[in-house]
Structure formats: C-alpha cells, structure tokens
Ligand binder design. Sequence first.
Ligand code: SAM
Length: 209
Amino acid sequence: MNYTNYIQHLFVEEDEVLSSIDSRLRSLGLPLISVPPEVGKWLTMMVKMTGAKQILEVGTLAGYSTICLSRGLKDDGHCTTIELKEEHANLAREHLAKLHYLDKVTILIGDALEQLAKLVQENKKYDFFFLDADKVNYPTYVELVIQLASPGAVIVLDNLFLGGRVLDKNDQHPAPTAVRKVTDMLANHARLESMILPLGDGVGVAIVQ
Ligand code: SAM
C-alpha cells in the first residue's frame, strides 16, 4: 500500500455520482483527469474551513471538483465554473443534476481567458478560486483571479508537480515552463502568501493579501 491508498482508505468515501465519473469519462473516450478523491475531499474541507461564499473554478470537465467544491458551501453560497468545451459542460450538468446542485452552480462556457477578463470588467468578486484548466495559461489565470479576489481570498491550483516534470529543468515544454513560472509567482508575488501541498499531483494554495 502506498501513501495515497492509505489516505484514500482512511479518509475518502465517494458517493455514487463521484465514483461513477471515471467510468463515464472512459465510456465517452474522454481523459480521466478529474482531481483524485483525496484532493476532492480536501477541496470540500477548504471551502468549509474558509467559509467561502463565492467560488470561481477554471476547468470543469465532468464536474468532479465542482461537486466537491459545492459540497462545502453553505446554503447562501454559489460556485461559478468555467469550461471551454460544451460536451464537458453538459456532462458536468448531468452529474450536478443528480445531486440537485444545479441551483448552486453556474457553468460559463468559453475560453477561460475571455471569461475571466469579462468577469473583471463586470467587477465581480470571489473568495475562493480553483484553477485546473490548461497549464500554459496558469500564470495569466493567477494575474486575472487576483483582480477578482475579495480581501483574504484563497487560490488553489492543481497539478503543480505536473507528474514530476517541473523538477526536470531540461523539460522546457510550454506546460512545465508555465507551471514553474506560476509556482515562482506563488512564492514571490507581493500579494500572495502561498504553499504547495504534496497532495495528489501537487496542490498550490495561496492567500491573496
Ligand atoms: N477540475 C476538473 C475536475 O477535477 O473534475 C478537471 C478539469 S480538467 C483537468 C481540465 C478542463 O479544463 C477540461 O475540461 C478542459 O476542457 C478545460 N479547459 C482547457 N483549456 C481551457 C480553457 N482555455 N478555458 C476553459 N477551460 C479549459
């Protein structure tokens, strides 16, 4: 047994909807890249711990993390999630409907850079962000969500280890380069107090000052 199995065995119990998502993705030929169950549970706990009321997620896929985030909200909370592909958004809607979560989630379909810029223009504010879309745009996503952040907001980013590729300085492909850049931003940005947790594929967490 490895640490991940040990943690999952002790602390994670997926409901029927969450546990069905991987097989649904597989049957549609879509990638199995939802957050792992232990990250999902930690997201629910983070929302509860921070008392977040307005969540903004970037990268919905089939709604696994959207469900975990929404599950931590109180009745007056709301989760907005941005997804590029209509097929993914429809799948997420299907899963959210099964749990009667549709009224607490808004899915914005479109490119995240455009959707985030629009939210900035509309002067929207959020107190919790979860970034889990295309890695090459992570640095720009962080710049944009800082503009959308209420004081003390929390930003969580998935895949900061990128399966270990961030440690290989010879790997200069766009994704690891962008993830190294965003990690440097988390470590050095004047308005961020941050840490990476060795959970899943490396989860970044930052408080916006
Ligand atoms: N957060 C999801 C979960 O744990 O259940 C997994 C998200 S998956 C890793 C990444 C998602 O981001 C995909 O559904 C993909 O279509 C979406 N995506 C990729 N590039 C995007 C972009 N530029 N704008 C919005 N969504 C994007």
